[in-house]
Design a protein around this ligand. Structure first.
Ligand SMILES: NC(=O)c1ccc[n+]([C@@H]2O[C@H](COP(=O)([O-])OP(=O)(O)OC[C@H]3O[C@@H](n4cnc5c(N)ncnc54)[C@H](O)[C@@H]3O)[C@@H](O)[C@H]2O)c1
Length: 326
């Protein structure tokens, strides 16, 4: 039986990915996660007793933690979700921890992969590395678009991507990079826009947007992202890079309005504050390459999964109550 080492599997996308990959009964999964505020063992409570699943607590900033897990489990496949992911924290709290995890931490993983060769290392990245498009123009980013990150978060992710590229070019490690647009779905830590607003709307509180709220994101349902990652992990050629996006651009204001309307909250509850510095105006991705080369297609119907996502948070008050939300 082959082993897939999933790094950062206790967060939002990682836990959805593990639930999906566990359905493949011919693989053992090792989840290596530091359990920061964003990592939550409850995200995988239904999986934790499965004999094909093992959890190892460890930090990618500490090389010997990685050496220990690679040496013990000798994974054939590795996928990295571990990151500091909240742009606001990268601005208002510590930019340094973003660089330490998202850049230096990735370097540590690559060193472990050099020492313990694998069939594939998939590094999960973001469309934010490309920077911003204007609201009125600009073609969706392709894999050939220049990297122009504007926040400490996106700069640290771009640094991680470039280190991966260098390790492919220099040592021929079997690395694949994916860059996805904004995800939504169950198990997302409620500091991110959709669950944050859903929790507030449930309590009848205001939904506060940065600036004029017209910033546009290209939303994808987490299951569609995980499906693309599964294809990339097993089918993509080493050295390849894929954008993943569902071509569904929605403004933050529309997201707030949809949530307000679902909870029959007056739209006067939507308020505005001074914009965030360096706030990217619009993201849009061209994902033709992964569709053509790996046969991926997003399947979710936005209206349906958006409503299901709201319902999931409504039905999971025990999960929410256990979170230590700052
Ligand atoms: N959420 C999105 O919309 C989105 C979009 C595109 C790409 N991504 C990328 O996907 C990946 C996963 O995102 P997410 O939203 O699930 O993040 P998340 O914040 O929900 O989870 C991150 C996970 O990484 C773990 N982690 C953090 N620092 C660590 C460290 N030093 N060592 C080991 N584990 C550590 C956390 O404990 C947590 O379990 C990230 O790399 C992110 O950049 C996210």
């Amino acid at each position: 039986m082959e082993t897939i080492l999933i790094i950062g599997g206790s967060g939002f996308i990682g836990s959805n990915f593990i639930r999906r990959i566990m359905k493949r009964k011919n693989y053992r999964v090792v989840n290596f996660d530091a359990l920061t505020y964003a990592g939550n063992p409850d995200n995988l409570i239904d999986i934790e007793k499965n004999p094909r699943y093992t959890f190892v607590k460890g930090d990618i900033r500490i090389p010997k933690n990685l050496t220990a897990v690679f040496k013990r489990y000798r994974p054939e496949y590795v996928i990295n979700f571990a990151a500091e992911t909240h742009v606001d924290r990268s601005i208002h709290e510590s930019p340094a921890v973003f660089l330490q995890t998202n850049a230096a931490g990735v370097l540590n993983i690559l060193e472990a992969v050099r020492d313990y060769p694998v069939k594939k290392f998939l590094h999960v990245s973001t469309d934010e590395v490309y920077g911003t498009l204007s609201l009125t123009g600009g073609k969706p980013f392709t894999e050939a678009s220049p990297l122009r990150p504007n926040s400490p978060y996106s700069a640290s992710k771009a640094a991680g991507d470039l280190i991966c590229r260098a390790y492919f070019e220099t040592w021929g490690l079997p690395i694949v990079i994916t860059r996805c647009s904004n995800n939504f779905g169950p198990y997302q830590y409620p500091e991110k826009l959709i669950p944050f607003f859903v929790l507030r709307a449930m309590k009848g509180e205001t939904l506060t947007l940065y600036g004029d709220g017209k910033n546009v994101r290209d939303w994808i349902y987490v299951e569609d992202h995980c499906n693309a990652l599964e294809l990339a992990l097993f089918k993509a050629k080493p050295g390849s890079l894929y954008n993943i996006g569902a071509t569904h651009e929605v403004s933050n204001l529309e997201i707030a309005q949809r949530i307000a309307d679902y909870f029959k909250l007056s739209r006067s509850k939507i308020t505005f504050i001074k914009d965030r510095p360096g706030h990217d105006r619009r993201y849009a991705l061209n994902a033709l390459k992964i569709k053509k080369e790996l046969g991926w297609q997003p399947r979710a119907q936005f209206d349906t999964v958006f409503k299901q996502t709201i319902e999931w948070y409504e039905q999971h008050s025990a999960w929410i109550n256990k979170l230590n939300i700052k």
